[in-house]
Ligand binder design. Structure first.
Ligand code: G6P
Length: 369
C-alpha cells in the first residue's frame, strides 16, 4: 500500500496532486484544438439524438451530483440546452415525466451506485437515450447505458472523491462545447478560445497546488471549528457544495454550502466571530455581488477565507485569508476553485487525526440502496 501511495501520506493527497495529469488524460485524444475539433465516439455516433433532444436530465449521487450541477450551468450557458439535475435516489421514486426526446446523463465514478443504476433502468424503460460518464471501465453503469464517455482519472482509492470530480467536469465540458459548436451556438473563434483555454487548465491546477503550504496554515487556524459555511455563486455554487461535502466527509465538521445570495434567507443568522465562511470570489462571474456578500459577513464578524483571482485587491482587503488561483474563463473556473477546498479539508482532517482515506460510516461505492 505504501508503494501505491507513491510517497504521499494518503491516497486522497496523491489523488489531489494527480489532477493536472488526470484532467489532461481526460481531454487528450479528444481535443484537437489546432483543428478546432472535439472527438468523442459516444457523441459522434449519436449526434442526431443530442441535436434533437428536448432536454438533458442528469442523475447522480454525492460528489458526482455536484459535477452534474456544474454541468447544468455549462450546458445551459454554452450549448443552450435545458437541463435538470436530480439525485438518482429521488428521481427513481418520483414517477418523473420522461419521453424519448429526453437524454439522461448518469454520472458515476464507480459505475456501481445502486440508485444511479436504477434511475438509468427507469429512463430506458420510458424510452430516453442514456449516456454514462463513468470512471471505472466496464462497470455496471458503463454497460447499462446506450453510450458514454469515460473519465480517464485512473483508480480513485480515497473515499472522498477528488480527481473523479474534476475529470467528470472536464468530460461534461467537452460534451457541452461539442454540442455548442454543432448547434451553431458557438462561433469558430469562441469555440477556439474555449479549447485553447481548456488546454491551459492542467498547468493552472499545478499552480493552485503550489498554495498547499499556505492552505495548511489556514487549516491550522480553523481545524477546531464546529461549523463552517461555504458560499459561491453561479458556476461556483456547486463548488461551494462540494467544498462543504469534502469537509463533512473526512473531518466530521458540520459544513453547509449555499448560494452566496441565499445567505440572507437563513445562514446569516449563524454568523458570528466563531464562524469561518469560505467564499469563492474569483474575478469572472458576479464578482461585485460576491464582494457585497463578503461585506455582510464581515459586518457580523464572521471569519472570511476567500478564493480569489491572482492580483485581487478588493476581496483581499476584506478577507482574513485568501488563496489565489490563476485567471480563467468563468465556465472553467470550478476546475481551479475546487482544488484549494480539497486541500483544506485534507489538512483539517489530518490535523484532527481522522482516517482520511476511509472515513467512518462511508463507503467508496454504495451498491445497495
Ligand atoms: C459514495 C462515495 C462518494 C461518491 C458517491 C457517488 O457516497 O463516498 O465519494 O461521490 O458515492 O458515487 P459514484 O461512484 O456513483 O460517483
Amino acid at each position: 500500500e505504501e508503494i501505491e501511495k507513491g510517497g504521499y501520506d494518503h491516497f486522497m493527497l496523491k489523488e489531489i496532486y494527480e489532477q493536472p495529469r488526470a484532467i489532461l488524460d481526460t481531454y487528450r485524444g479528444r481535443l484537437r484544438a489546432s483543428q478546432g475539433l472535439i472527438k468523442m465516439a459516444g457523441i459522434d455516433q449519436n449526434l442526431e439524438k443530442f441535436m434533437n433532444a428536448n432536454r438533458i436530465i442528469i442523475v447522480a449521487c454525492g460528489t458526482s451530483w455536484h459535477a452534474g450541477l456544474v454541468a447544468e450551468y455549462i450546458f445551459e450557458d454554452l450549448a443552450r440546452i435545458p437541463v435538470e439535475v436530480e439525485y438518482a435516489s429521488e428521481f427513481r421514486y418520483r414517477n418523473p415525466v420522461i419521453t424519448d426526446k429526453d437524454i439522461l446523463i448518469a454520472i458515476s465514478q464507480s459505475g456501481e451506485t445502486a440508485d444511479t443504476l436504477a434511475a438509468i433502468k427507469l429512463a430506458k424503460e420510458k424510452g430516453a437515450f442514456v449516456f454514462g460518464v463513468c470512471n471505472v471501465v466496464g462497470s455496471s453503469i458503463a454497460r447499462e447505458t446506450d453510450a458514454g464517455a469515460y473519465t480517464h482519472a485512473g483508480p480513485e482509492i480515497g473515499v472522498a472523491s477528488t480527481k473523479a470530480f474534476t475529470t467528470q467536469i472536464t468530460v461534461l465540458t467537452l460534451l457541452a462545447l461539442k454540442l455548442a459548436k454543432e448547434k451553431g451556438v458557438f462561433s469558430e473563434s469562441r469555440f477556439h478560445e474555449f479549447l485553447t483555454e481548456l488546454e491551459t487548465i492542467p498547468a493552472k491546477v499545478e499552480k493552485v497546488l503550489e498554495s498547499n503550504a499556505l492552505i495548511e496554515i489556514i487549516a491550522d487556524v480553523y481545524k477546531d471549528s464546529t461549523n463552517c459555511l461555504y458560499l459561491g455563486r453561479g458556476y461556483n455554487f456547486p463548488v461551494a457544495l462540494e467544498g462543504a461535502l469534502k469537509l463533512k466527509e473526512i473531518s466530521y465538521i458540520h459544513a453547509e454550502g449555499y448560494p452566496a445570495a441565499e445567505m440572507k434567507h437563513g445562514p446569516i443568522a449563524l454568523i458570528d466571530d466563531q464562524m469561518p465562511v469560505f467564499v469563492i470570489a474569483t474575478k469572472k462571474g458576479h464578482y461585485e455581488k460576491v464582494v457585497s456578500n463578503i461585506q455582510e459577513i464581515k459586518s457580523r464578524k464572521g471569519k472570511i477565507i476567500a478564493i480569489v483571482t491572482e492580483g485581487d485587491t478588493q476581496v483581499t482587503e476584506l478577507a482574513d485569508h485568501v488563496v489565489e488561483v490563476p485567471e480563467t474563463l468563468e465556465s472553467l473556473s470550478p476546475l481551479l476553485n475546487t482544488i484549494p477546498l480539497q486541500l483544506l479539508s485534507y489538512h483539517i482532517a489530518v490535523m484532527r487525526g481522522c482516517n482520511v482515506d476511509q472515513p467512518r460510516n462511508l463507503a467508496k461505492s454504495v451498491t445497495v440502496e
